[in-house]
Design a protein around this ligand. Structure first.
Ligand code: GCW
Length: 718
C-alpha cells in the first residue's frame, strides 16, 4: 500500500515541480537536489527511510532537519518525513552527543570540536541507521549538508565512517556593500541587503543565502563595506542588522559590521577619534554595549584604517595596534573580535607599495590584544591575477593573521570572464614562507594558533548580489563555493573542489564534469596570460579596472599608475625589487629572497614582479623576453577559444538557459581577451620597438584607438 501511495505521490511530484532541467537559472547554486536516477533512488531509499531527532524545537536542529527533508524529498521524489521513534524503520538519526539515542553509542565526538561532524552507519536493534552527529547543533547542520552532498555526487552512504571539522575558526564573507545597495567591486547586481525594507520585511533570499553559506561552512558575514559608513551604527540601522542576524543565527552565521574610525566625530558629536582619548574609548564601549544589547551574538568589527583615504589611528599619530586594541578592549567582554586590515599604503609614502604593509605592521607583532586578527590580503599589492604571497605571512608569529581573498573578480574580468580562483588561492596557500622553517606554508601559518586557543580565520570579499544567479555568472558561483571550502580546509585541493562543484552544479556525469573541470583548472592562467603575463601586474584601466590601461601615467598617486608597476623602457620591463631596486625581497625569509632574487631561478611567472629585465633576455623557451610576452598574450586568447569549443560540445548535456548564458559570456571573454592582447602589445611594442615574432598578428588598431576606449560606467567602481 505504502509503495503504491509513494508511486502516486512521486507522479504528483513530477507534475507539481516544473522540470528544473529545462529552466534552471542558477538560483539553486550547488544545492540543486536534482531527482536521482532509479538505481541511485533505490540505493539511497534503502538507507533513508525517514529521519529522527530527539532534539526538536531548536532552531539550528530544525534548519538541519528541514534541509534534510527538502534535499532528500527532491532527490528521491517522495516526501521524507520525521519519525517519532528511532526504531521505526532505520533511517537517519540527527543529534548531538547529549541526545539519548546518540549518547550510548560511544562515538568519538570529542575530537570534532565545536563545529565538526560525524557521519556513521550503525546498527540499532537490528536496523541500519545513519548517525549525523556533532557536539553542537551547527555541527549536525554541517553533517547534514555533507550527507546530502554525498548523495548528490553519487557517493555511497551505506557504510559511512566520516569525521570532519574546520581547520579555521572564523570563515567570513566580507561584503563591500554600501547602505544605498551599491556594491563596491560588485558585478552581480545590487546588494542583497534590502535595507530600506528591513527590518519589516525579511526577503526569503536571506535564508537561501544562509543555507548556501552553511553548506560550505561559512560562519560569519561582514554586512558592510570596509570603506565604511558610520550611519550603520545608529540605533535604527542596528534594528535592520538585528533582523538579518535573526535569519542567519540558525545557520551558525554571525554578523559583523565595519567600523568607521571617525564615527565618534560623525555620529557621536565628538571632537576627536583619537583611540587613546578616554572619551573616545568610552564612546566606542557604549556603542559596542548597545550593539550587543540588540544582537547578543554580534561577531565584532572589520576595520580599514589609514588606507586609501579612510580615517584611522595614524591621523592622531597612534599606531594600528592602538586603534585595534581600543575596539578589542570593548569587544572582549562580549566575546567579539576585531579584524584589522593590513591593506595599508599611505599617500606621500615613496616606499615601494609592495613594502608598506610589512613596514607598518611587522614592528607591531605582539602588540595586539588576543581578540585582534590582522587581516592580510594574499599578496602585497591588490588581488591581482597573480601575486607572490604577502611577506607578512610568517613574519608576525605572535599575531593571529587572517587571510583575505577577493572572491569578486575586480582584476580578473568581472563577472563575464570565466576564471576559477581555486588554483590561485591554492598557489598562495601552498607557498612556503620558510618561517620559522622549511615547510611553513601560508596555510600552516594561518591554521596554527599563535598561542593555545588563539583565534584563526579566513575572509573572502563576497561576489554575491541580487542577480538571479547570485554571483553574476554561473561559473562565479564556483569561487564562492571554493572560498568556503578553503576556509574550512586551507590544505584542500582546488581540483577536488572543482570536481565537487561541477558535479553538484552541472550534474554528475563524467562526460560533463571532466571537461568542465578542465576548463576551470586552466581558466585563471588564461586570464594571467592575456592580462598580466610573466609577473606583470596592475595594468588595468583607471578606477573601475575594466580592461587594459598599461599606458596610464597621469594619476595623482604614483602607485595608482600602471607605469609604476611595469616600468617598461627602452632597455626592458619589470619592477626591480632586488637590492639594486626597492629591496622588497628582503621582507621575505632568506630562502625565498635568494630564490626569487635570482633572475635565473625565480619562476618565470614572477620574473617581472621582481626584476627589470632586458627585452632580449633569453627565456626558458629559447625565445627572447619580448617574443615570450607576445606568445603569452596569444596563449591566453587561445585558451579562451578552447574553453568555448569545450563548452559548445556540452550543449546537449546542460540545461538550455544556463548553457546559453555561459556560451555568451565566453564570447564576451574572448573578445575582451583579444582587446587585452591587442592593446597591451600595441603599447609595449611602442616601447620595446621590436617586431612581433613570426606567426603573431599585429593588433588590428593603433595604440591611440585602445587608449581612447572609455568605459566610465563600468560597474562596481569605488
Ligand atoms: O582593490 C582595492 C579596491 C578598492 C577597495 C580596496 C580595499 C574597498 O579597488 O575598491 O576598497 O582595494 O581592499 O580596501
Amino acid at each position: 500500500m505504502r509503495r503504491i501511495l509513494l508511486a502516486i505521490l512521486s507522479v504528483f511530484w513530477i507534475f507539481a515541480v516544473p522540470n528544473q532541467a529545462c529552466a534552471e537559472t542558477g538560483y539553486d547554486l550547488w544545492l540543486r537536489y536534482q531527482p536521482l536516477d532509479s538505481g541511485a533512488k533505490e540505493r539511497v531509499g534503502q538507507v533513508v527511510g525517514g529521519y529522527f531527532t530527539a532534539q526538536t524545537h531548536r532552531p539550528t536542529m530544525e534548519a538541519a532537519a528541514r534541509e534534510l527533508r527538502t534535499g532528500l524529498s527532491a532527490m528521491l521524489g517522495y516526501q521524507i518525513v520525521q519519525r517519532h521513534t528511532v526504531q521505526a524503520d532505520g533511517g537517519i538519526v540527527l543529534g548531538t552527543g547529549e541526545s539519548p539515542h546518540i549518547a550510548p553509542l560511544g562515538l568519538p565526538l570529542a575530537s570534532l570540536g565545536r563545529e565538526g561532524y560525524l557521519l556513521r552507519s550503525v546498527v540499532i536493534e537490528g536496523k541500519q541507521v545513519t548517525i549525523i552527529a556533532g557536539n553542537t547543533d551547527v555541527g549536525v547542520l554541517y553533517g547534514v549538508f555533507a550527507f546530502l552532498k554525498r548523495i548528490q555526487l553519487g557517493q555511497p552512504i551505506d557504510k559511512l565512517d566520516i569525521i570532519d571539522k574546520p581547520k579555521l575558526q572564523l570563515r567570513v564573507l566580507n561584503h563591500w556593500d554600501n547602505l544605498d545597495r551599491h556594491v563596491e567591486r560588485g558585478y552581480s547586481g545590487w546588494s542583497i541587503w534590502d535595507w530600506q525594507k528591513l527590518p519589516g520585511y525579511k526577503d526569503p533570499r536571506y535564508t537561501d543565502y544562509a543555507r548556501a553559506n552553511a553548506s560550505i561552512g561559512i560562519n560569519g558575514v561582514v554586512l558592510t563595506n570596509v570603506n565604511a559608513n558610520a550611519e550603520v551604527l545608529k540605533p535604527e540601522w542596528l534594528q535592520k542588522v538585528k533582523a538579518l542576524a535573526e535569519v542567519f543565527r540558525p545557520y551558525g552565521i554571525k554578523v559583523y559590521l565595519t567600523a568607521r574610525f571617525s564615527a565618534p566625530i560623525e555620529i557621536g558629536g565628538m571632537k576627536t577619534a583619537d583611540p587613546l582619548d578616554p572619551g573616545v574609548a568610552a564612546w566606542w564601549k557604549a556603542k559596542i554595549d548597545e550593539i550587543y544589547g540588540v544582537i547578543p551574538d554580534f561577531g565584532g568589527f572589520l576595520v580599514k584604517a589609514n588606507s586609501e583615504g579612510q580615517p584611522g589611528p595614524n591621523d592622531y599619530h597612534r599606531s594600528h595596534a592602538d586603534g585595534a586594541n581600543m575596539f578589542a578592549d570593548a569587544l572582549k567582554a562580549h566575546g567579539g573580535v576585531v579584524m584589522w586590515r593590513a591593506f595599508v599604503y599611505a599617500a606621500e609614502n615613496p616606499e615601494d607599495r609592495h613594502k608598506q604593509a610589512y613596514t607598518d605592521f611587522k614592528p607591531l607583532d605582539g602588540k595586539f590584544r588576543d581578540n585582534v586578527l590582522v587581516q592580510v590580503k594574499n599578496g602585497a599589492i591588490d588581488f591581482q591575477p597573480r601575486e607572490p604571497f604577502h611577506p607578512l605571512f610568517g613574519a608576525m608569529p605572535r599575531t593571529p593573521l587572517m587571510m583575505e581573498f577577493q572572491i569578486t573578480k575586480e582584476y580578473l574580468g568581472f563577472a563575464t570572464h570565466l576564471a576559477y580562483l581555486g588554483p590561485m588561492w591554492e598557489e598562495v596557500l601552498e607557498a612556503d614562507t620558510f618561517r620559522p622553517a622549511k615547510g611553513s606554508t601560508v596555510a600552516k601559518v594561518i591554521e596554527t594558533p599563535v598561542a593555545p586557543g588563539a583565534v584563526t580565520g579566513m575572509a573572502g570579499v563576497a561576489n554575491v548580489g541580487n542577480d538571479l544567479n547570485w554571483s553574476g555568472s554561473q561559473f562565479d558561483q564556483a569561487n564562492w563555493y571554493a572560498f568556503g571550502r578553503f576556509a574550512w580546509d586551507p590544505d584542500a585541493s582546488a581540483h577536488a573542489i572543482a570536481r565537487d562543484w561541477a558535479g553538484l552544479t552541472w550534474g554528475n556525469d563524467p562526460a560533463l564534469v571532466d571537461p568542465i573541470v578542465a576548463m576551470m583548472m586552466g581558466s585563471r592562467e588564461a586570464v594571467v596570460d592575456y592580462m598580466t603575463p610573466l609577473g606583470l601586474t596592475h595594468l588595468m584601466a583607471t578606477g573601475h579596472h575594466y580592461g587594459p590601461g598599461p599606458w596610464v601615467a597621469d594619476l595623482a598617486r604614483p602607485e595608482w599608475n600602471p607605469v609604476y608597476y611595469h616600468k617598461a623602457d627602452a632597455n626592458g620591463i619589470g619592477f626591480d625589487r632586488t637590492k639594486t631596486g626597492s629591496d622588497a625581497l628582503s621582507q621575505y625569509a632568506p630562502e625565498v629572497a635568494r630564490l626569487w632574487g635570482d633572475p635565473k631561478k625565480v619562476p618565470e611567472n614572477l620574473l617581472l614582479w621582481f626584476h627589470h629585465v632586458p627585452w632580449d633576455r633569453k627565456m626558458q623557451s629559447g625565445r627572447t623576453l619580448w617574443d615570450e610576452l607576445v606568445v603569452r598574450y596569444d596563449a591566453g586568447v587561445e585558451a579562451v577559444a578552447a574553453m568555448q569549443a569545450r563548452w559548445d560540445g556540452l550543449k546537449d548535456k546542460v540545461d538550455a538557459r544556463r548553457w546559453s548564458e555561459v556560451r555568451d559570456f565566453l564570447a564576451i571573454q574572448h573578445e575582451e581577451a583579444k582587446w587585452w592582447r591587442d592593446a597591451s602589445i600595441a603599447y609595449f611594442q611602442s616601447i620595446s620597438k621590436r617586431p612581433l615574432p613570426v606567426g603573431h598578428a599585429a593588433p588590428p588598431h593603433d595604440l591611440e584607438h585602445y587608449k581612447a576606449i572609455n568605459n566610465r560606467y563600468a560597474p562596481g567602481n569605488g
